[in-house]
Design a protein around this ligand. Structure first.
Ligand code: COA
Length: 239
């Protein structure tokens, strides 16, 4: 158990659970959450007792309603923000983790909420989830990788529509466009994610890491180089 303020970090049976924990504010992503997520993700990344990471959120209404709008106008000046980003690049950290990350999405999944989900490997949503990228309405663009990660997952057309029009979608539509892998009843959300995690954690940890690397790195490579990467990683497991 952790002594964080706006997230929880727990470990159980090789699983590292990170829970966004500001339910009163719909788990809006604030600076404190960024700092605590950075610490929890770093801990889970380096902990040999954690095979799989589960990202979920507390409260009934939301996974995360996006960036904390009360901090929006009090953000540090760009130079300071860039320095902080360099030192605490949560999104870079998320994407650098070689272990499988599964997220459980419910209620509002907006802005940074979607972007966090896109940094995960497997996304399970409950039937009540609603997804949206409201940045355009605020006169900004996504700042947590969304303009890059969303099109890589749902393709150019749906990414364009969601980012440019700000239209929200239901979990059924999110499943249709492959933004989430599965949609389940709210009561089944955590059990489904845990069941997946329990299957995964039983496998060889090196094989899991190389499989993830082959898929993630391979997607940015032409097929012949992707096949070379797969062969190289496969050999590492044999010798
Ligand atoms: N930042 C800071 N606080 C937020 C927040 C955010 N992004 N989203 C919700 N909250 C707070 C509300 O201010 C409210 O706090 P209060 O009870 O002290 O007034 C509390 O969370 C509950 O939200 P509320 O708006 O009352 O819930 P709702 O069910 O009526 O509406 C939303 C839910 C998601 C439609 C609405 O909260 C909303 O539009 N939020 C902003 C979404 C957004 O634009 N995010 C930024 C993306 S870049």
């Amino acid at each position: 158990m952790s002594d964080f303020e706006v997230i929880l970090y727990e470990k159980k049976d090789d699983k590292g659970y990170i829970t966004l924990n500001r339910p009163k504010f719909l788990n809006a992503y604030n600076i404190k959450m960024r700092d605590e997520l950075f610490e929890a993700l770093s801990a889970a990344k380096d902990d040999p007792e954690v095979a799989v990471i589960i990202l979920k959120a507390a409260g009934e209404k939301a996974f995360c309603a996006g960036a904390d709008l009360s901090e929006f106008l009090t953000a540090p000046p760009p130079v300071a923000a860039r320095q902080v980003r360099f030192e605490r690049d949560v999104w870079g950290l998320f994407l650098s983790i070689q272990k499988p990350i599964i997220c459980a999405l419910h209620g509002y999944v907006l802005g940074s909420g979607i972007e966090m989900a896109m940094c995960c490997d497997i996304r399970v949503a409950s039937e009540d989830a609603k997804f949206g990228v409201p940045e355009m309405g605020l006169g900004i663009i996504p700042a947590a990788g969304g303009s890059q990660t969303i099109p890589r997952i749902v393709g150019r057309g749906y990414a364009m529509e969601m980012l440019l029009s700000g239209r929200w979608i239901t979990s059924a539509e999110a499943k249709k466009i492959k933004m989430v892998n599965r949609v389940v009843a709210r009561a089944e959300l955590l059990p489904t994610v845990e069941k997946l995690a329990d299957t995964i954690r039983g496998y060889n940890l090196d094989a899991l890491e190389y499989a993830k690397r082959a898929i993630v790195d391979g997607l940015d490579l032409p097929l012949p180089q992707g096949l070379e990467l797969e062969a190289r990683l496969g050999n590492l497991l044999l010798f």
